[in-house]
Ligand binder design. Structure first.
Ligand SMILES: *[C@@H]1O[C@H](CO)[C@@H](O)[C@H](O)[C@H]1NC(C)=O
Ligand SMILES: *[C@@H]1O[C@H](CO)[C@@H](O)[C@H](O)[C@H]1NC(C)=O
Ligand SMILES: *[C@@H]1O[C@H](CO)[C@@H](O)[C@H](O)[C@H]1NC(C)=O
Length: 504
């Protein structure tokens, strides 16, 4: 028997040699010891609707795998020392690039959980990870003290440049004066919400007819106040698409919080309701979120279709131009409307409506066109998180993170009138490696700045910095109602956080 042993080895070597370095790369197997694991979901304190961490498969020589070793390579288990079953839903998402995104949603609060990450029954990296103390679930109303403890636990950045820029226009804010002037100035024509957070309770009054979108703002405020105590703060949220404050002089500016900013208004931007909801409802009501998109990026770059892709509705003139251009140059662009609402649908110009395409299917294409709708197109975070390259129209409209994106680093810029779109697509086709690099840098940006932890940090920092500018005390105004925390009777949570110290 022994004498036969060298033979298979020799054959294997020959086989690998024939395949060359590429072949041995794809054949590499992850090592339990060398594989890397990191992320906020490995710690007890950062409470998120869906907690998450990353696994980067690394082979025994220390080289990162760049292709999937198989969807079921790693097994992740949550183990409680006291309970046989835990109500935690875990998903291991294969990003197809040698890395995995593990997310879990907890439906109850537990003590001293262990996270086991296994590769063929062997613990990976520092697994088991021991989360000590109480690990609170999203529904648990158990805020941490005001101050920097929560920020440190969440690993929040020191500052957000966009918050600094927005608040720079305001030397101070006067809640009493705003309560007089803002409803008078905007309350009739616009849809506004007036919020006061006092003693970490949320109060609201609405103005205008269309206030349905209030639910998104209520939801993030309730979620945030369950996690951390907010300073007393009073502010107005614009529920409409367009930013409102068009005045220029800083003396009579009114502070208005909006989901979209523009270069000729002075509204204070927040993450969009769409992104906010997708964070709150990850592994819940939504299927498209910043995590699911990373696991559904279609074929690898080299197999993606090199036609530029777009789908959407007719909410801006340039979108009409884009579809016309696509019909003239189908070899370059596949753009079509799924809906006509704002303009007259002339089928001879714009073609028939097409069926909705699943967002994940966008990533069958290398080049994604991002064009404003009524305001900024709120799909940009998801487009960036995929592994296609984004061609972004230059625009005066922006979301809370646009000003941190760099053209040619995270996306390929396109003129506002789309005059150079064909040229830019051709450039990408001629510079495939560079285009791919931009695609990956955009994806990295999204992973670092647009996941749930970053979104919570952004809101918290915004309210905290804004509260510092208040020169009169925030008040519960006449007409405001309490926004109640949803009752969590089903899975009560014992809140063991000491409150005394911070309330001084
Ligand atoms: C391997 O992956 C990890 C995690 O993404 C990264 O920090 C590291 O730089 C990578 N190593 C190399 C050599 O690319
Ligand atoms: C690429 O996409 C275009 C437009 O959707 C389509 O017409 C074309 O057949 C596709 N090419 C390949 C090779 O699949
Ligand atoms: C900013 O707004 C001005 C109008 O005030 C406009 O002319 C300009 O093109 C905008 N900038 C961008 C980048 O769109």
């Amino acid at each position: 028997m022994l004498s036969f042993r060298p033979l298979p080895c020799l054959l294997l070597h020959l086989f690998l040699d024939l395949l060359g370095p590429e072949g041995s790369q794809t054949g590499s197997v992850p090592s339990a010891v060398k594989t890397l694991v990191w992320g906020p979901g490995l710690e007890a304190d950062p409470v998120l609707p869906a907690r998450f961490f990353f696994i980067q498969a690394v082979d025994s020589s220390g080289t990162n795998l760049t292709t999937s070793p198989g969807e079921k390579t790693f097994e992740v288990k949550m183990v409680s020392p006291t309970e046989q079953f835990v109500r935690i839903w875990i998903q291991v998402l294969d990003r197809q690039d040698g890395s995995f995104l593990v997310r879990y949603r907890m439906y109850a609060t537990y003590r001293d959980l262990q996270i086991h990450i296994l590769l063929k029954n062997k613990h990976v990296a520092q697994s088991p990870f021991i989360l000590k103390g109480s690990i609170y679930h999203e529904g648990c109303d158990c805020p941490q003290p005001i101050g920097s403890v929560w920020e440190a636990h969440m690993h929040c950045p020191q500052s957000f440049p966009q918050i600094d820029r927005d608040l720079d226009f305001f030397a101070s804010v006067d809640p009493d004066r705003n309560a007089q002037e803002i409803p008078e100035r905007f309350g009739q024509k616009q849809s506004l919400c007036h919020y006061t957070v006092k003693d970490n309770k949320v109060y609201v009054q609405t103005f205008g007819e269309h206030v349905g979108f209030r639910i998104f703002m209520d939801a993030i405020l309730l979620s945030l106040t369950r996690k951390v105590r907010l300073p007393d703060v009073e502010f107005y949220v614009n529920l409409g698409d367009w930013p409102l404050e068009k005045r220029k002089s800083s003396e009579n500016l009114h502070p208005i919080f909006s989901w979209c900013g523009s270069n000729n208004t002075r509204d204070i931007v927040m993450p969009t309701y769409d992104l906010t909801e997708s964070v709150l409802e990850t592994m819940g009501r939504v299927s498209l979120d910043m995590m699911s998109v990373q696991a559904n990026t279609g074929p690898p770059w080299s197999e993606k279709n090199a036609t530029a892709f777009w789908r959407g509705r007719d909410s801006r003139q340039e979108r009409l131009e884009l579809v016309k251009l696509s019909r003239a140059r189908p070899d370059m662009i596949d753009a079509a409307f799924t809906n006509f609402f704002f303009f007259k649908h002339d089928e001879s110009l714009y073609g028939p409506l097409v069926k909705h395409v699943s967002f994940f299917d966008f990533f069958k294409y290398k080049y994604q066109i991002n064009i404003d709708g009524t305001v900024a197109a709120y799909r940009l975070p998801y487009l960036l998180a995929g592994d296609s390259v984004v061609l972004k129209q230059e625009s005066g409209y922006y979301e809370h993170f646009y000003n941190e994106l760099r053209p040619w680093e995270h996306f390929i810029p396109v003129r506002a009138d789309l005059g150079d779109l064909l040229e830019k697509i051709q450039w990408a086709r001629d510079h495939d490696e560079e285009a791919k690099k931009i695609a990956l840098a955009g994806q990295q940006f999204a992973r670092n700045h647009l996941m749930g932890d970053s979104i919570f940090c952004y809101y918290y920092k915004l309210f905290k910095e804004y509260a510092k500018l208040q020169v009169t005390a925030p008040k519960i105004r006449e007409g405001m109602e309490l926004v109640e925390q949803p009752s969590d009777d089903l899975f009560p949570c014992p809140c063991l956080r000491k409150r005394s110290k911070d309330e001084l």
